[in-house]
Design a protein around this ligand. Structure first.
Ligand code: ZN
Length: 275
């Protein structure tokens, strides 16, 4: 729903930017469309990750999302570059902004569109208890400021200062650079098999309270949206295979309960007294 709302907002802004030659509006349109492309990626990720693992891809197809993410990051950096270059060209070329009223309507639409989407995301995010969606709501709320920047630029032009629009264009370019930075760091963290250290602490604590576990070490990695945890536990050297297996099942349940994001837990038993 949010993606459709933002796509409409961005597309209308883009058309109005071409009519008015406003680089502030152009940048804001590109920003909104960049945000839509990240949402589209989430949909793609859900669709692709449903494919069951195969002999050729035994861990499934979820990393396809990260590969698509590289494409999205590239598009965002390219749109920042484009918005920046166009703003610079307008600044040094003393380009005109025309149809100011139309442009202001476009920027106002950007503000309203982002605010509506922000409220919708916040409401649904609270209802389904999704931290990601609530963070996304704050992002959309901030994006209304980017549209406000484009609007202020056009008002300054209307007051007789042509420079208002290219300066708004640079400000909006900074917003796009920020999106590019966020998307890229998140993506690199995923591709580098990064996890939140706190997650491992919580899992370790949950595993170590299971009776029979003397000590547990955790490692984990994301495959797309699946967090896989490896629990290596030191057990009593006298434990039988059947006891070890029973402890393993308890550890898996305990860790899955404690670590909300975990989808798969692999248990490795060690019987050595000294390590
Ligand atoms: Zn944004």
């Amino acid at each position: 729903m949010s993606a459709v709302g933002l796509a409409l907002t961005g597309a209308i802004e883009l058309v109005l930017a071409l009519i008015t030659h406003s680089v502030g509006l152009l940048g804001d349109a590109l920003h909104n469309l960049s945000d839509v492309s990240t949402s589209a990626l989430v949909f793609l990720g859900f669709a692709v990750s449903k494919k069951p693992p195969s002999a050729r891809y035994p861990y499934g197809y979820e990393r396809a999302e990260d590969i698509a993410g590289l494409g999205v990051a590239l598009v965002i950096w390219a749109s920042a570059l484009f918005a920046g270059v166009e703003s610079y060209r307008k600044l040094v070329g003393h380009g005109q902004t025309t149809h100011l009223g139309v442009g202001m309507v476009g920027a106002a639409l950007g503000i309203v569109g982002n605010q509506v989407v922000a409220r919708y995301k916040a409401r649904v995010g609270r209802r389904i208890q999704s931290a990601t969606l609530q963070a996304d709501a704050r992002h959309s709320w901030l994006d209304a400021l980017s549209s406000l920047g484009a609007l202020i630029g056009l008002v300054v032009v209307a007051l007789g200062y042509r420079i208002g629009d290219p300066i708004a264009g640079f400000a909006v370019t900074l917003f796009i650079l920020h999106v590019g930075y966020e998307v890229t760091t998140e993506l690199v963290h995923h591709l580098m098999d990064g996890v939140d250290p706190e997650t491992l602490h919580v899992g370790k604590a949950a595993a170590e309270v299971v009776p029979g576990v003397l000590e547990a070490d955790l490692a984990g990695r994301w495959t797309g949206r699946t967090l896989r945890l490896d629990v290596e536990a030191r057990l009593d050297p006298g434990a039988t295979m059947a006891e070890a297996e029973a402890v393993g099942r308890q550890v898996e349940t305990a860790v899955l309960d404690a670590v909300e994001e975990a989808r798969q837990v692999r248990f490795i038993a060690r019987a050595d007294a000294q390590r």
